[in-house]
Write a protein that binds this ligand. Structure first.
Ligand SMILES: Cc1cc2nc3c(=O)[nH]c(=O)nc-3n(C[C@H](O)[C@H](O)[C@H](O)COP(=O)(O)OP(=O)(O)OC[C@H]3O[C@@H](n4cnc5c(N)ncnc54)[C@H](O)[C@@H]3O)c2cc1C
Length: 288
């Protein structure tokens, strides 16, 4: 199917993009990689009057570490993350997730920020960046604000973004020198959305867990953190019983439904197994 009629804008600056969004209000949409928005428009699930293409804006494609914090510009593609040497070690939860997102074509085009703005409960970056305690930097004309991802996701495909706002950057706080993490995704075939996914990001301090971030994909109306499991791990030795208890609490935090990808019980069990796997990998990395 073809999309409905729309006006297309390719602003030369962020200010111009924001001013164009101001003009169209609810009727305007930001276009980044187009990997979620264009399919929706073709299916006529979205029919914006105006598309504001931010793809050519300069200065939004940086992926860097500054003062220990990770900064991901709005135009950083999945592929950039997949190929980045920066995203190993203490940023391993991001580095292991990137190659698991869809297929090379989508990874070449789609952006991390676009994935967050789309807020698909089956989006992988939402879980990864919740586990890493990230926040988004958002701009509108004359105003800038930061929103924790916790507050950003408000429901399936719903966020705290106003129609005239653009995410300019994603920021991930410094997890300290002894951090590690990984992302575990079950998919029916390569390139599919997650049947279930678990992101694990652990900072160690004096041999025990300082902060543990655990978040889930595809098993709740939004990407969600397993808050009780995280709290149980804080300050704990990462031994077998702590891992098993955290995995049990994480499975309880999942609220999946049965669908073509599997039954609710099956998905909850996948979450438990993947959490154990992620935490054991974190322990191995810390000991190694
Ligand atoms: C076949 C296929 C398979 C896929 N599989 C997966 C998968 O396995 N895992 C996964 O996580 N994702 C998957 N995706 C989605 C993909 O990751 C998209 O790239 C991503 O969801 C959106 O990024 P984008 O840059 O393409 O955004 P766009 O499609 O351009 O935009 C998506 C939404 O975000 C808004 N938006 C984009 N950027 C900004 C910004 N900077 N500020 C404010 N609003 C913004 C747009 O207005 C729109 O509402 C898949 C997509 C396809 C087509």
């Amino acid at each position: 199917m073809y999309p409905g009629r729309f006006e297309y804008f390719a602003p030369a600056s962020l200010d111009e993009a924001l001013a164009t969004l101001d003009r169209f209000g609810d009727e305007g949409k930001v276009l980044a990689g187009g990997q979620s928005l264009i399919p929706l428009m073709k299916l006529r699930f979205a029919s914006p009057a105006a598309l504001v293409d931010i793809g050519r804006l300069e200065g939004l494609d940086g992926l860097s570490e500054e003062d220990g914090e990770l900064r991901i510009g709005a135009l950083v593609r999945h592929r950039t993350c997949e190929r980045s040497d920066l995203l190993g070690g203490r940023w391993g939860v991001l580095g292991t997730a990137a190659p698991q997102i869809s297929d090379p074509i989508v990874r070449n085009m789609g952006t991390v920020a676009g994935s967050l703005a789309h807020a698909d409960p089956q989006g992988d970056w939402g879980a990864v960046l919740l586990a890493a305690d990230a926040r988004v930097v958002v701009q509108r004309t004359g105003q800038r604000r930061e929103i924790s991802l916790e507050d950003f996701f408000q429901g399936p495909f719903m966020t705290a973004l106003e129609p005239n706002e653009i995410i300019t950057e994603v920021r991930v706080p410094d997890p300290g020198p002894r951090a590690t993490g990984s992302y575990h995704k079950l998919e029916r075939r390569v390139g599919d959305y997650a049947t279930a996914g678990v992101a694990v990001h652990v900072s160690f301090s004096n041999g025990s867990v300082g902060r543990a971030g655990i978040a889930l994909t595809g098993v709740a109306p939004t990407n969600v953190r397993a808050i009780e499991a995280e709290a149980a791990l804080a300050g704990a030795q990462l031994d077998d019983s702590a891992i098993e208890e955290a995995a049990r609490l994480t499975a309880e935090a999942a609220n999946p439904h049965s669908d073509v990808r599997g039954s609710a019980d099956y998905k909850r069990n996948v979450v438990r197994v993947f959490t154990e796997r992620g935490l054991r990998a974190a322990r191995d990395a810390q000991e190694g």
